[in-house]
Design a protein. Structure first.
Length: 343
């Protein structure tokens, strides 16, 4: 026994080197030998129908592919497994069987190994129809501007509406999408920001966009008085005074664009104006958003124009007088007709 062990261990370094050389030689020779091997390959599905999503599958998730090629390439494919890509251009049913072919296997570039067969030769997929709707985007304000400044006009959001897709019940629950809070500038400036949508609660719904562009302006608050604004009255009625001034307060950029023609001061009337006239409170209309205003004087007197039928009045001295030639004299009888000429 000792003699046998001595023989085996004699010159063991040379024996180990010879064995290693033999293994390397075998590896080199077999690496270039063309052979065939079945290898496991995962199935990946690429959906191209936007009205459906995968409910289950593919079944099975992995198939076997028979490759033919040099041994060393098959070893590489065994370690870095390729994928079998199944493209679904259009869904015709809620569940379908799809045939697999060797041409669907994505072999890495640079390899000469080729897929020859697939088993099993088909997989099953299940689908769910998607609902789609557009919802508005809301921008919440985080930190506002400093005192004496304000957000001028409305924010411009692009896109203003975002497409939401998913299961019908889930899509119906989404009425609007909010962005992350917007912190306004602390000075007078025009800004453009990109804000991510807040996807909290969105879950597995698909959004047409994950961010929006928000444009706005922070402006100084100023006061401005616009004079000679015409008072709008009902037909056949005049206002005294007929022109007033409007005192406005708001963003400087908006007030610069305001002219008397932009404003509308209305003297409302509840019905026929009596000949003695009536006092009404003026109403200011067409004021730009973000601007507040008041009319001075706040009240005017409405009187009927000359030749307009007036409501009867009680006898007594008139309380207001109106210049002749513009309005009829309050309480005065109508002028008599001239006498007819005799033949």
């Amino acid at each position: 026994m000792a003699a046998l062990l001595k023989r085996l261990t004699m010159h063991w370094q040379l024996k180990l080197a010879a064995f290693t050389l033999a293994v390397l030689l075998w590896v080199v020779l077999s690496a270039d030998t063309v052979t065939t091997q079945w290898l496991p390959v995962p199935v990946q599905v690429e959906m191209r129908d936007p009205t459906y999503e995968i409910a289950y599958g593919p079944l099975p998730e992995e198939v076997e592919v028979r490759f033919t090629g040099p041994g060393r390439e098959l070893w590489e494919l065994a370690i870095n497994r390729p994928r079998l890509l199944l493209r679904v251009p259009e869904v015709n049913d809620d569940g379908e069987l799809y045939i697999l072919t060797p041409q669907m296997v994505q072999v890495p570039r640079g390899l000469s190994a080729s897929p020859q067969d697939v088993r099993p030769s088909s997989v099953r997929l299940g689908f769910t129809r998607l609902a789609t709707r557009e919802v508005p985007v809301v921008v919440p304000i985080g930190r506002g501007p400093r005192e004496g400044y304000v957000l001028a006009d409305s924010l411009v959001v692009r896109p203003a509406r975002v497409t939401v897709s998913g299961e019908s019940d889930r899509v119906a629950e989404v009425t609007a999408l909010a962005t992350r809070p917007l912190d306004l500038s602390r000075e007078d400036t025009v800004f453009v920001r990109r804000l991510a949508l807040d996807t909290t609660g969105v879950g597995d719904l698909r959004l047409g966009s994950l961010e929006v562009e928000v444009t706005g302006q922070v402006d100084r608050i100023v006061d401005r008085t616009v004079s000679e604004v015409i008072v709008v009255t009902p037909p056949g009625v005049a206002a005294i005074p007929s022109r007033v001034e409007v005192r406005l307060r708001g963003p400087q950029s908006l007030l610069r664009r305001v002219t008397p023609a932009n404003l509308r001061v209305v003297a409302p009337s509840t019905g026929e104006v009596p000949s003695a006239g009536e006092t009404v409170t003026l109403r200011l209309e067409q004021v730009p958003a973000g601007v507040v205003g008041e009319v001075a004087p706040a009240r005017v007197r409405l009187v009927p124009l000359l030749g307009t039928p007036a409501a009867p009045t009680l006898p007594g001295p008139a309380r207001d007088t109106v210049p002749e030639g513009v309005l009829g004299r309050v309480g005065a009888p109508p002028p008599s007709a001239p006498p007819a000429e005799r033949p």
